[in-house]
Write a protein that binds this ligand. Structure first.
Ligand SMILES: Cc1cc2nc3c(=O)[nH]c(=O)nc-3n(C[C@H](O)[C@H](O)[C@H](O)COP(=O)(O)O)c2cc1C
Length: 174
């Protein structure tokens, strides 16, 4: 083994499951952020944590609405999913630009992205400051899925996306 840089480690440790979190702004507009830094953290109660940069528009939205829907975008949604990780909701309407349909969530106010492989509705129960990000810890209050769209997206560093399904079938040509 050899000592490597932070950037090399992130590249070498790829791919990471890439998710989209929907939130609502103060004026009730839905926004979406692309996230590699998220994970399931508790089985019972079911909990998920997302790490959101202090400067992101989504940070402002999360502070305001206290709820999010964490969606695992399917391979079919790759272009829109990439846009959500590279453009800010301060400048554009990401639902419109990505061509995503909103469907009402069962419990929380932010919408579900239609066609996601999996979508977890979450209510923020705790927040932890972590360097230049905040960890928003959410309790899962409802879960949805699209079994016919099993192949979902993973990020390689912050450069590109690949897709893999739960059986390990991969597609690297995205
Ligand atoms: C592959 C990938 C992974 C990302 N992961 C995160 C993340 O975990 N946390 C975060 O705050 N931003 C992450 N970003 C950056 C945000 O998605 C990006 O800054 C986005 O434009 C923020 O949108 P907003 O300003 O509408 O909130 C990631 C971007 C990409 C392309």
């Amino acid at each position: 083994m050899q000592e490597i840089s932070w950037n090399e480690a992130i590249e070498l440790g790829s791919p990471y499951p890439y998710a989209l979190a929907t939130t609502l702004s103060k004026d009730g507009r839905a926004n979406i952020i692309g996230l590699a830094w998220w994970t399931i953290v508790s089985w019972e109660p079911k909990m998920i944590v997302i790490s959101v940069g202090h400067k992101r528009y989504s940070h402002e939205c999360l502070e305001h609405c206290g709820e999010f829907v964490l969606c695992l975008p399917s391979e079919e949604q790759k272009e829109g999913a990439w846009l959500c990780g590279t453009k800010s909701g301060r400048e554009i309407d990401k639902f419109q630009e990505a061509g995503f349909q909103q469907i009402p969530a069962k419990v929380v106010a932010p919408p579900i992205i239609e066609g996601s492989t999996v979508a977890y509705e979450c209510k923020v129960t705790d927040k932890v400051n972590a360097g230049d990000h905040t960890l928003f810890i959410g309790e899962v209050v409802a879960i949805h899925g699209t079994p016919e769209r099993a192949r979902h997206l993973y990020s390689v560093h912050y450069r590109r996306l690949v897709s893999i399904d739960f059986k390990g079938n991969c597609n690297f040509g995205l």
